[in-house]
Design a protein around this ligand. Structure first.
Ligand SMILES: Nc1nc2c(ncn2[C@@H]2O[C@H](COP(=O)(O)OP(=O)(O)OP(=O)(O)O)[C@@H](O)[C@H]2O)c(=O)[nH]1
Ligand SMILES: [Zn+2]
Length: 370
């Protein structure tokens, strides 16, 4: 057999390749191995666990498998923590695991150990895959399980900053919209979890001045179906209309459904909301922090479009701070009013009270009676 060769242009770095493959493996329901120094663990998301895989974890882990949960979930089930932790799974009891990871009435039933660096890397990787942030892990020898995908802890950490840098335009075309006939869609690939991100350029904004810009995170229920639970659809259409009626602007339509949790977790959260939780309590009960989104790659999209200064259209102070941190000049910030409904007032009030969004309820009420 001829020896392996390094071919320029065909030798991709391990960081990108292995992490991208690991995301795909975990989403397909197959475990991966994460290595760090001379240690390694085998990992799978709770969502993908079945009796057969559980048996495999028992065998390979010699009874040392554990369930790793983020701090908000541990707090929810009665073990207040500011950092992730793990619970021993000596017998891989599937019903117990589901209760601890997901059930509303889950209660802690064993001591919680501090998460190891490898445990934290497992949660980090699951976050990129949009599955429930609950990991089953078991220690393994580094060289064991050669047929499974191996990824290094450092590569997972480095992947986050790599993502923004790998963005590139893969397609663009005019898409005339109702009320905004002169509109172009520009599709970028890369970004968060390799998803496609779209810049919607409305009219012909003057790039030599601060450009009206909105970063809009995808909301299937609100944007497309007009859900009454949020204000997203109104914000989307009103912003495009406002841009078309003035000197144009750019709306970045970001594939960040559910504040970055993914549509499946958003529906899990909605289910909890139907039982009385508010939008943040529901996310926390599932193990999520207030907001999973990052906006550094949105800044990179703007840069690639030739934008260096913006008038941002948002009520969300994190979006403003993130663009500034990424080196975009924010010359002004403008509010964007949705329409209040009986179903979304609690959601809007929670965003104001818990996440500091600038939401003026008097202005909203005036709008409702327009
Ligand atoms: N997890 C979760 N996500 C939600 C819920 N309701 C709406 N979302 C998501 O929240 C995000 C809202 O994004 P944006 O429209 O960019 O809004 P924002 O962060 O409130 O900021 P501005 O609208 O710019 O003020 C979308 O990704 C929605 O899918 C919810 O109850 N739970
Ligand atoms: Zn919405």
């Amino acid at each position: 057999m001829s020896p392996p060769v390094e071919i320029p242009g065909l030798s991709f770095g391990a960081t990108r390749t292995n992490v991208e493959r690991a995301i795909s493996e975990l989403r397909s329901g197959r475990p991966v191995v994460i290595g760090y120094e001379n240690q390694a663990i085998i990992v799978i998301g709770v969502e993908a666990l079945d009796a057969e895989i559980a048996q495999g974890f028992s065998a390979i882990g010699n009874g040392l498998a554990r369930l790793v949960l983020p701090a908000p979930r541990l707090t929810r089930i009665g073990a207040p923590r500011s950092c992730a932790g793990s619970i021993a799974l000596p017998d891989m009891d599937l019903a117990r695991i589901e209760t601890l990871a997901l059930k509303i009435d889950g209660r802690i039933d064993a001591p919680v150990a501090l998460a190891t660096p490898l445990d934290l890397a497992a949660l980090d990787l699951l976050g990129l895959t949009l599955v429930l942030p609950a990991a089953i892990v078991a220690p393994v020898a580094r060289e064991a399980l050669p047929h499974l995908l191996h990824v290094e802890k450092e590569d997972i950490a480095a992947f986050h900053s790599l993502q923004a840098r790998t963005l590139k335009v893969v397609g663009r075309a005019p898409v005339p919209l109702e009320g905004a006939p002169e509109t172009e869609f520009v599709v970028f690939r890369g970004g968060e979890g390799l998803r496609d991100q779209v810049a919607v350029i409305v009219g012909k904004p003057d790039l030599s001045r601060p450009v009206p810009v909105r970063l809009h995170s995808a909301c299937l229920t609100g944007d497309l179906f007009g859900s009454l639970k949020c204000d997203c659809g109104d914000q989307l259409r009103d912003t495009v209309q406002r841009m078309a009626d003035t000197s144009g602007g750019i709306l970045l339509y970001l594939d960040q459904e559910g504040r970055g949790n993914g549509i499946a977790n958003k529906m899990r959260a909605y289910q909890l909301q139907s039982q009385g939780f508010d939008t943040y309590e529901a996310d926390a009960a599932l193990g999520f922090d207030l907001d999973q989104r990052r906006f550094d790659f949105a800044a990179e999209m703007l840069r690639q479009l030739g934008v260096s200064a913006v008038e941002i259209i948002t009520n969300n102070p994190q979006k403003i701070a993130a663009l500034k941190a990424a080196g975009i000049e924010v010359a002004a910030d403008r509010r964007v009013l949705g329409r209040p409904t009986a179903e979304n007032v609690r959601y809007l009030a929670s965003k104001r009270d818990r996440a500091g969004h600038f939401i003026d309820f008097d202005a909203l009420a005036a709008r409702a009676s327009d």
